[in-house]
Design a protein around this ligand. Structure first.
Ligand SMILES: [Zn+2]
Length: 342
């Protein structure tokens, strides 16, 4: 690559899947203001600049406080549809062919008093239109919010059950410390009985033992973040052996101060050890970049293009897409590799 712009273009056209993306985390300040205006929701910030000034986070909790405040602007199925469409349009520009997308219905239903069906109808309509307009296939993972009352997780699963074929999996997110996977054994068993895949955030701020719990107790097929696996050699050897994918989010880790600088990010070491890592944007409206910017951040540390392409290949293999879709993505990535002499 002759320069940074060429590298950025190459990474934005590289075919990939995105596997760790919270749809609520794609709510850009402009869109939040628009939703607030059309729904008559009062926000504590009068101007976009005042709102943007809130985006300096000391840790996971300070981010979550803003995240939940802005989520209150989402009221109608049209809001959820427009949010999804805005993400898919942006993702297509980053070379995303397929996205598996978290949503947090407990917050919408129990905190913000929006019906589950309203949320699901809007997101599904957004996925349908997004596939048509931008050629990105998408699927939904219902994420349980680990720091809300566990009883609300049960009630959401009651609501989700009648439309279980519109969701492909269950996840576990939000404030990790003090909310171990062991609290959600029953809910995950129930979700898996619906035929859903299971994934869980673990080892982001929490200890490596939370990763072990997610695997042993929740039967997670992928671990979201998982960077604290490096603290536990025995567990790391097992995850390498069983080829359990990790959905890493470098810019998120940087913004939430899980790592001090992008050069300190453990992803190169994780890849070198043999872990199946993928690159994702997590909550891109909050963390300074969509998925191609996350690849570009790794490129800026000196990671070569063939290793970045291998991470994109991992994202395709680690997805829950069917064989035909995976084959289509592999073909596109192979062509891209040829074009770039890899
Ligand atoms: Zn996340």
């Amino acid at each position: 690559m002759s320069n940074t712009t060429d590298m950025q273009t190459a990474l934005a056209t590289m075919p990939k899947a995105e596997l760790h993306l919270h749809i609520e985390g794609t709510l850009e300040p402009e869109l939040a203001f628009e939703f607030a205006r059309r729904n008559g929701v009062r926000l504590p910030w009068r101007t976009l600049d005042e709102l943007r000034a809130q985006y300096r986070f000391a840790n996971l909790q300070s981010f979550l406080d803003l995240y939940y405040a802005l989520m209150r602007t989402l009221r109608t199925a049209d809001d959820f549809r427009d949010l999804m469409l805005a993400y898919l349009e942006r993702a297509a520009r980053d070379g995303v062919m397929h996205a598996e997308i978290f949503f947090d219905p407990q917050v919408h239903v129990f905190t913000d008093h929006v019906d589950y069906d309203t949320v699901l109808d809007g997101l599904r309509e957004g996925l349908r239109l997004g596939a048509e307009r931008y050629g990105v296939t998408g699927a939904l993972i219902l994420s349980l919010v680990r720091d809300m009352d566990v009883a609300t997780a049960d009630r959401i699963l009651d609501m989700a059950q009648t439309r279980s074929d519109e969701v492909i999996g269950v996840g576990l997110d939000s404030a990790e410390a003090g909310h171990p996977p062991s609290m959600f054994v029953d809910q995950f068993a129930r979700a898996r009985s619906l035929g859903w895949h299971a994934v869980a955030h673990a080892g982001e701020e929490g200890p490596a033992d939370y990763i072990r719990q997610a695997l042993d107790l929740l039967h997670a097929e992928r671990i979201d973040h998982g960077i604290h696996i490096l603290d536990d050699d025995e567990l790391e050897a097992r995850v390498i052996r069983d080829r359990i994918p990790l959905t890493c989010c470098p810019l998120s880790n940087l913004r939430l101060q899980v790592v001090g600088s992008i050069d300190d990010h453990p992803l190169p070491r994780m890849v070198h050890d043999g872990l199946v890592c993928t690159v994702n944007s997590d909550d891109p409206a909050y963390f300074g970049g969509y998925v191609a910017a996350n690849y570009a951040a790794l490129a800026s540390t000196g990671m070569p293009l063939d290793m970045l392409a291998a991470l994109a290949a991992n994202s395709i293999e680690a997805s829950f897409a069917d064989d035909a879709d995976k084959e289509r993505m592999r073909g596109r990535l192979a062509r891209w590799r040829d074009e770039h002499g890899l």
